[in-house]
Each structure stands twice: as structure tokens, then as C-alpha cells.
Design a protein. Structure first.
Length: 122
């Protein structure tokens, strides 16, 4: 189980790091592909990028260093909650393909959160 959780943690970290880059430094390029990004305030996109970056770091770094290990499941739970909110946002807008990707990210983050709290704590 520990190996599966490490793989899931790596996937969560990589995917959320990529998302943070798309919502932050590369948001101008991403706006051409994602209509919703043009409809929200730039400050909100920057906030989302920062939260995604910190969550991605929080899923990996405490587990690797052994410092404040309790942050790993907490970061994963925060990212899972963020994806629930994102699914609600996209549902209101009728953007169902975005919801599918959000659900995948939610499932991975929730698995890490549950796994690191209950199944194989650090």
C-alpha cells in the first residue's frame, strides 16, 4: 500500500504543479484554451495557482523529509476539497469535460489523504 500511495502522491504533485503553472505564469496561454479562465479575476487565478503549488509541495516534501509529516494528508485533503469546489464551479457553467478531470484529481488526492491518515501513515 505504501508504494501505491507514493505513486499517487507523485501523480498528485506533478498534476497540481502543472495546473499551478497553467493558472499562474502561463495563464495568458491557457486562457486561449480554457474559456472559464477569461471569466474570473486574474487575482483569483493567481490565488488558485499559489494554493495548487503549496498543495503539491505539501503532498511530497513533508513525507520525503520526515519533517511535519502530518502535513502530507492535510495537503492532500485540501487539494481534494479544492477539486470538489472546482467541480461545482464547472457544473454551474456546464463544463462537464473539466469536471471529469477534476474528479480524477479529487480521487487521487482523496486516496492520498485517506491512505496517509488511515492505511499507511507516515
Amino acid at each position: 500500500m505504501n508504494i501505491a500511495l507514493w505513486i499517487a502522491q507523485a501523480l498528485v504533485a506533478i498534476l497540481f504543479l502543472m495546473a499551478s503553472v497553467m493558472h499562474g505564469p502561463r495563464r495568458e496561454q491557457a486562457m486561449a484554451q480554457s474559456k472559464w479562465m477569461a471569466d474570473v479575476a486574474p487575482a483569483l487565478l493567481i490565488f488558485i495557482a499559489i494554493v495548487e503549488f503549496l498543495g503539491a509541495v505539501g503532498v511530497i516534501v513533508p513525507a520525503l523529509t520526515g519533517i511535519l509529516r502530518w502535513l502530507t494528508p492535510l495537503a492532500a485533503a485540501g487539494l481534494a476539497l479544492m477539486m470538489v469546489l472546482a467541480m461545482g464551479f464547472h457544473a454551474i457553467r456546464g463544463e462537464y469535460p473539466n469536471m471529469a478531470f477534476n474528479f480524477i484529481l479529487f480521487a487521487l488526492a482523496a486516496f492520498v489523504a485517506y491512505g496517509r491518515w488511515m492505511l499507511s501513515p507516515l
